[in-house]
Design a binder for this molecule. Structure first.
Ligand SMILES: [Zn+2]
Length: 254
């Protein structure tokens, strides 16, 4: 059962794992390895927990499929210009603001479980944010071109470092690295209110509409909590790395 995380939702630029997990420019210090290690282990634990919860809650049937839940939630929120479609793969659920489609992975679209309902409602939460011009979503969308450009330059500097052209001895480039990394970190932070808000909208609607009875509701809540934690882990990891790079730049200056 896929998680309700929308890795590609609102067309997040493909921020390469490389720039999120960049080797420290200028070498692998023990502190940097510790930061990366802790980030990776906590991400693995959280996504493992999320997968367990979802396969568990996929066994709990409700009366509607993910697609039906999405259609109903959009309609009840007065949204008539967003289509609900099925996309291949797992973890591919996302909302596309350009095509105005709620994209549900096949196991969510066709399945009538509380897990599928939670994912579907979460993605509709993003559609409602878009319709209402929710300020964090608007801000996040405006950041996309800057994040794409920053990721490209970060990757370029990093690849140059990997092939032995150490650009990091140059303070200007080191500070450029810090500034660009700050942009991608800010993006991962801005993602948090967007994700939490989409889940809150989903849960509030599920409760109001009676889609989930009380026990089921707690499960939907729990699953969406672990999904949100994957974003928290990513943001915390990014902040830790940024602080490390900042320290490095400050020390080098002296
Ligand atoms: Zn989301």
């Amino acid at each position: 059962m896929p998680a309700p995380t929308c890795y590609k939702h609102i067309m997040i630029p493909e921020i390469s794992i490389l720039s999120q997990m960049a080797p420290a420019p200028g070498g692998f210090s023990p502190l940097y390895m510790l930061i990366i290690g802790v980030t990776m282990v906590s991400s693995l634990l959280i996504s493992g927990m999320l997968k367990r919860r979802f396969s568990q809650y996929s066994q709990i049937p409700i009366s509607m499929t993910g697609a039906e839940v999405a259609e109903l939630m959009l309609r009840q929120n007065g949204i008539t210009d967003v289509r609900v479609i099925s996309v291949e793969g797992q973890l591919t659920d996302h909302y596309d603001p350009i095509k105005k489609t709620v994209n549900l992975s096949e196991p969510v679209y066709h399945v009538n479980s509380i897990a599928a309902a939670a994912v579907a409602a979460h993605e509709c939460g993003h559609a409602i944010q878009h319709q209402q011009a929710y300020h964090w979503l608007t801000f996040r969308s405006k950041m996309v071109p800057a994040v794409q450009l920053s990721s490209k330059i970060l990757n370029f500097i990093m690849i140059a470092g990997l092939v032995g052209v150490s650009l990091m001895n140059n303070p200007t480039i080191l500070w450029t690295w810090v500034a660009l990394f700050a942009v991608t970190t800010l993006f991962s932070i801005v993602t948090l209110p967007v994700e939490f808000d989409a889940s809150n909208r989903a849960l509030a609607w599920m409760e109001r509409s009676g889609i989930s009875a009380s026990i089921e509701h707690e499960r939907a809540k729990n699953a969406l909590f672990w999904a949100a934690m994957t974003y928290v882990a990513a943001a915390v990891g990014s902040i830790a790395q940024l602080l490390y790079f900042l320290m490095m730049a400050l020390n080098r200056r002296e």
